[in-house]
Write a protein that binds this ligand. Structure first.
Ligand code: PMT
Length: 319
């Protein structure tokens, strides 16, 4: 049933406009980074992580005027990408267009122009008080892009997101144990299938809108079992009710055979997460607003990924 649902989702989704170009970029990125070594103790092959970030939209019309959105600024995915790069991972960053970007988290959105001064008639420069943060951001971003360690792939709709995830996951199957999925994007649970969606703008003259949404097939089990069976998989669990959070995270861990589930509550997700893995629960809290929770999450995950690679490689060599 699940397999049929996910097949029908992909069969009826509008195809990605730039699928051929994305596939070529991906192949090149994975081949280049797989041939490098990882800077962790003992070296080994370079690790590649796919970070997903931002919320997916559900269009209500094919020529979309209205859509349903999912809560997510993309901050967690962007910050995590920075820390994965620091830890020596190559990162495929699947992100919502217009959401928070790595190395740009400290740059303002609304007061962007406050960052600049006109010095002479033809020159604009960054104001003194912001030069340190801008220089740091440019330096780190350029290093990641020019060094070929960061590939950014944008999405808006649930159709684009899941097609990109499938493409990345199947391409990353060659990376085996050294691949990781870090699924921080807020993914729609309900959608309107493309073939039953209104083509043009829904008219208000018809009175109140009565609409039945279908369930988006969960892709975690397909990711685990078919697309990238050897990868280290980290999914997120977002709830608003603290009473059910850990229980739901543990359910996801077992049902989808994730290696780790990061559980967070909407009210406190910036301050605290619980990292749930087989037999362990680690609560990570940030001590001050200047601290990034993500730095601690990534440190913990890097260690768990190292253990996973060693224990799985041992198991393979014994068989
Ligand atoms: O971006 P920020 O503003 O910093 O916020 C970060 C965050 C709160 C969005 C992030 O920490 C977070 O919790 N992301 C996951 C949100 C989410 O979709 O939770 P969920 O409990 O609905 O889904 C659980 C998992 O199932 C997710 O990893 C998702 O990738 C996956 N899923 C969901 C729906 C679906 N149809 N298929 C899926 O595979």
């Amino acid at each position: 049933m699940v397999a049929a649902d996910q097949e029908s989702f992909f069969a009826t989704a509008p195809p990605l406009g730039d699928a051929v170009a994305v596939a070529a970029k991906l192949q090149e990125f994975i081949a280049r980074n797989s041939s490098r070594s990882h800077p962790s103790e003992g070296g080994g092959r370079r690790r590649i992580v796919c970070v997903t970030s931002g919320g997916t939209t559900v269009p209500l019309e094919q020529r979309c005027v209205r859509y349903i959105d999912n809560f997510s600024s993309g901050h967690r995915g962007a910050a995590s990408t920075e820390y994965f790069l620091k830890a020596g991972y190559a990162v495929i960053f699947i992100h919502r267009r217009g959401s928070c970007q790595p190395f740009c988290r400290f740059l303002p959105d609304d007061s962007f122009l406050n960052f600049f001064d006109i010095t002479t008639e033809s020159k604009v420069q960054v104001v003194e008080s912001h030069t340190t943060v801008v220089k740091k951001a440019i330096g780190e971003y350029s290093k990641a892009i020019e060094g070929g360690s960061l590939l950014k792939l944008p999405f808006t709709t649930i159709f684009e997101y899941l097609q990109l995830l499938k493409m990345v996951a199947t391409s990353m199957s060659s990376v085996g144990l050294h691949g990781m999925f870090y699924l921080a994007a807020a993914v729609s649970d309900f959608y309107v299938p493309w073939d039953s969606m209104a083509k043009h703008k829904i008219q208000s003259a018809g009175g109140p809108l009565d609409m039945k949404l279908s369930q988006v097939p969960k892709m975690l089990s397909v990711l685990r079992n078919q697309w990238a069976p050897l990868a280290f998989c980290v999914s997120f669990k977002l709830e608003t009710d603290s009473e059910i959070l850990i229980q739901k995270a543990e359910m996801a861990l077992n049902k989808y055979k994730m290696n780790v589930v990061v559980a967070n509550l909407l009210a406190t997700y910036k301050e605290e997460v619980v990292v749930v893995s087989n037999g362990e629960r680690n609560t990570i809290r940030r001590c001050s607003k200047d601290e990034d929770l993500e730095e601690h999450i990534i440190m913990l995950l890097e260690k768990s990924h190292s253990k996973y690679i060693c224990s799985s490689a041992d198991a393979c060599s014994k068989n």
